[in-house]
Design a protein around this ligand. Structure first.
Ligand code: ZN
Length: 305
């Protein structure tokens, strides 16, 4: 009898699923893959444990230069939905996303924003500055785009997703208040942020800093002795006391800048390490978007105030 039932169940499932190779909604396992930690963090906040979320790029990884590994390809292959930043941040992975989008849902979150809200780029390879996560208001738009996509893909969890998104957006509003209050501790003319590459233009625009990066928008751009010398002159002329290194970029060039200023009799310190394009380790405060942003704000304010 037992055996007979087994055969019946097996035949039924063949009838139900065997005739189509399409994955039905009921079959789906909730596997969602993002490129950066920032995006994965927003997906996790909205999904509230309903989905299996992973990021391809871990701590210290530079997205501009990142090439997918064999294990990434298999993760992307198993994913039901793929989210990436777009705006040419993941410059080495565009072909893969194009290929994947033929068979599954792929969303470039940065491309969902109004172009008029984006900063232009002077880099030939990109039209817009891709570092959108540093403007909290813009990032809220990204969070909403992620929420809408997840509701479409997994309607069975819609109510939870809507509630979680609302709560996360509230936390981002609180983060913005925190940032504004802390930035106010720095005298206005000292609000100059100098970093290894141009990741902080949105940060500067939204938090009221002048921003200068040694390398361009992408770390694949070259910098030379002339760039270092120009930066040294700028730092000396503006009596800047601290510059910042980034967790995903080598600190070699910034050390050369400090040496150059020293030769001109101007002492500069490294104000600390900022998380620019990659977040901190999973399980640490800086491994979340909100924790990373707070870390950056605290590090910048403590060094420049
Ligand atoms: Zn960057």
């Amino acid at each position: 009898m037992k055996r007979f039932l087994g055969v019946v169940v097996f035949s039924l499932s063949l009838l139900l699923f065997g005739c189509s190779t399409d994955t039905t909604k009921e079959d789906r396992e909730g596997v969602v893959v993002a490129t950066t930690g920032q995006i994965a963090d927003a997906i996790k906040a909205i999904s509230g444990g309903h989905l299996q979320v992973s990021a391809l790029m871990g701590p210290g990884v530079d997205p501009h230069l990142y090439k997918a590994t064999q294990s990434d390809l298999s993760k992307l292959d198993k994913a039901e939905v793929i989210f990436y930043n777009g705006l040419h941040l993941e410059g080495q992975m565009l072909d893969i996303f194009e290929q994947m989008s033929k068979s599954k849902s792929v969303l470039a979150v940065g491309e969902t924003l109004n172009k008029s809200d984006l900063l232009a780029s002077d880099d030939d390879a990109m039209l817009h500055d891709p570092h959108i996560w540093f403007d909290i208001e813009l990032w809220k738009g990204v969070v909403q785009a992620i929420g809408t996509k997840l509701q479409e893909e997994y309607p069975e969890f819609k109510d939870d997703f809507v509630a979680n998104e609302k709560e996360y957006l509230k936390q981002l509003d609180e983060l913005q208040v925190y940032a504004k209050n802390r930035v106010n501790e720095i005298p206005e003319k000292q609000r100059i942020l100098v970093t290894a590459h141009d990741a902080f233009n949105y940060f500067g625009r939204s938090q009221g800093f002048d921003v200068l990066g040694l390398q361009g928008l992408s770390t694949d751009s070259e910098y030379g002795v002339k760039d270092v010398q120009e930066m040294v002159n700028f730092l000396v002329a503006n009596k800047i006391k601290a510059i910042f290194i980034e967790s995903s970029v080598s600190d070699k060039a910034m050390k050369a800048v400090i040496e150059g200023a020293k030769e001109k009799g101007h002492d500069i310190v490294i104000g600390g390490e900022l998380f620019s394009d990659a977040m901190g380790a999973e399980g640490t405060k800086e491994g979340t978007y909100i924790g990373m942003y707070q870390h950056n704000i605290d590090t910048i304010v403590d060094a420049l105030k």
